[in-house]
Design a protein around this ligand. Structure first.
Ligand SMILES: [Zn+2]
Length: 253
């Protein structure tokens, strides 16, 4: 790293839990972000801030006025423009050294493998169950770890999954098969407090950074199959272990 880059990441490098080796790994990493909405906005900001070298953004949505309550990358003159394009412009200005690739598409089971291949970790912050399961299934098939993040109202859920490993659960082990066909409740139906998406998106970025730095730092404990449930009302955090489902159609051997 150049002196400029060392300066930029000095507060990371000085952390014994991350260090120069951890930062070097972040700079080499490729993270795919599925969904550039409520969770994706803060996740992108902290992943870019961490110096993740290559970021791929996938989203088919345009910025809407009602997004501005929680999606802090967007401003009124972005309304009507594709979220991936606005987000990619932000990232390019924030750190020109990063490689940003934007796909304005809705990921589905047919396109997932091609879009996610080559990622070191996929961070899924979409709100449609069919999309979330398509992402999760493709991750298992590709052998790519998944940071899955979701929220509604005042509760968030964030977990790292490595269903391609023999003893680790995948996301489908957690949610089952019931949600493939229909979209689940969305923020439009349920409502969501803006600051909650900041908490959950930043937490998801943190969990993705653990995956990326596994093996080169003590921060890098991926905590596979542990689902962190964030309650914004109380507030509080509890963690549950998701066991591998021996009958899971996605990840059973
Ligand atoms: Zn599974």
């Amino acid at each position: 790293m150049t002196p400029d880059r060392l300066d930029r990441f000095a507060r990371h490098i000085v952390l014994p839990e991350l260090g120069g080796a951890g930062q070097a790994r972040l700079v080499q990493a490729h993270v795919v972000l599925v969904g550039v909405g409520g969770i994706g906005n803060p996740a992108l900001q902290y992943l870019a801030g961490a110096g993740i070298g290559r970021l791929t953004l996938i989203d088919d949505d345009d910025v809407d006025l009602s997004n501005l309550q929680r999606q802090t990358l967007f401003a009124p003159d972005d309304i009507g423009h594709p979220k991936v394009e606005v987000a990619a412009r932000w990232a390019a200005r924030f750190d020109p050294a990063l490689t940003i690739v934007a796909h304005r598409v809705r990921l589905d089971a047919g396109s997932a493998a091609q879009l996610l291949a080559g990622a070191d970790v996929v961070l899924d912050g979409t709100d449609a169950f069919a999309t979330r399961l398509a992402v999760a299934d493709a991750c298992v098939a590709l052998g790519v770890p998944l940071t899955s993040a979701a929220l509604g109202r005042f509760q968030g859920q964030v977990g790292n999954f490595a269903g391609h490993l023999p003893d680790q659960a995948c996301y489908r082990c957690f949610v089952g098969d019931a949600f493939d066909a229909t979209d689940c409740d969305t923020c439009a139906d349920q409502g969501v407090l803006g600051a909650m998406v900041g908490m959950v998106g930043a937490f998801a970025a943190m969990q993705a950074l653990r995956v990326v730095t596994a093996g080169v730092s003590t921060l890098g404990d991926p905590q596979w199959g542990r689902l962190h449930v964030i309650d914004g009302l109380t507030p509080g955090l509890r963690t549950m272990r998701i066991p591998k489902d021996p009958e899971c159609r996605t990840c059973h051997a």
